[in-house]
Design a protein around this ligand. Structure first.
Ligand code: ZN
Length: 274
């Protein structure tokens, strides 16, 4: 994959006719102008990140019969960290947003590997990841516009970011604009985000973004209202509020994901009523 790095609007995936003007697509028509112009994109090789869960959570999940909670028991690959006194799993990052530098990083080697593993062109993985990371920047910019620090609650931030990514890809897919096969990009992003419902750690919060996308699939105006409302609230959500804690708990491994309706109600309260 060849992606131009540095400040600038264009991202080129492959080197031929798949030039993608991400800038225009991301900033129009939903999320306000100039967002991407002010981020810096850097391409790196790969990076491993560890996710941790407590010993007691791990042990409880291990004892839970698989038939009772089939969606929440992907325990494979977790190892014991004796220094942290916790279980951890390692995953290769596809991309990340670095708030201190307002920088989007894409991990090229991992993007290539995932695209091979999932049998999709690498631009599907690359574009989805890039748009996801840019939305973190959009949220950061929104916080600053409101005179706030970019302080997020990860379970909300990642759900809203995945939700926004799918909504934008869906829009681009319906428009059929440019030379990119947007429907392919959307299909990959949908299956990738939905699969995160099945994992332990913070991943179900990402998967909840897929639930939000489906829930609002027939009402774009309402979806945009929620996203705009989140942008208004960033940096002002009280982490100690009981609804916030409850929402976080609901997306915790010990709770079955089937209570996503309750997650939705809690998120509504947090965004619109608090
Ligand atoms: Zn993210």
């Amino acid at each position: 994959m060849c992606v131009s790095s540095g400040r600038g609007p264009h991202v080129y995936l492959d080197d031929s006719d798949k030039a993608l003007k991400v800038n225009q697509h991301v900033t129009e028509p939903l999320w306000g102008p100039d967002a991407v112009d002010r981020t810096v994109l850097e391409i790196k090789d790969s990076k491993v990140r560890r996710s941790y869960i407590s010993k007691s959570t791990f042990e409880k999940l291990k004892k839970t019969p698989r038939t009772e909670e089939p969606k929440r028991l992907i325990l494979d690959g977790w190892k014991w960290d004796s220094e942290q006194n916790k279980y951890f799993s390692e995953s290769n990052l596809l991309g990340e947003y670095v708030p201190s530098e307002k920088k989007v990083l894409l991990y090229e080697k991992t993007i290539d590997e995932v695209s091979i593993q999932d049998h999709v062109p690498e631009y599907c993985v690359g574009i989805s990841t890039y748009i996801h990371e840019v939305f973190h920047y959009v949220h950061h910019a929104a916080a600053e516009n409101n005179g706030r620090a970019y302080e997020t609650i990860r379970e909300i931030e990642e759900a809203m970011t995945e939700f926004s990514t799918l909504l934008l890809l869906d829009k681009l897919s319906n428009q059929g604009s440019g030379k990119v096969a947007w429907d392919k990009v959307l299909d990959w992003a949908k299956q990738s985000i939905e699969s995160k419902q099945n994992y332990l750690g913070v991943f179900p919060a990402y998967g909840f973004g897929y639930y939000l996308f489906n829930h609002f699939s027939n009402d774009e105006a309402e979806a945009v209202k929620w996203i705009k409302q989140y942008n208004q609230k960033i940096g002002a959500i009280d982490k100690k509020n009981r609804y916030v804690k409850w929402y976080q708990q609901m997306l915790n491994p010990m709770y079955p994901y089937k209570d996503e309706k309750l997650c939705l109600e809690l998120l509504h309260s947090i965004l619109f009523n608090l």
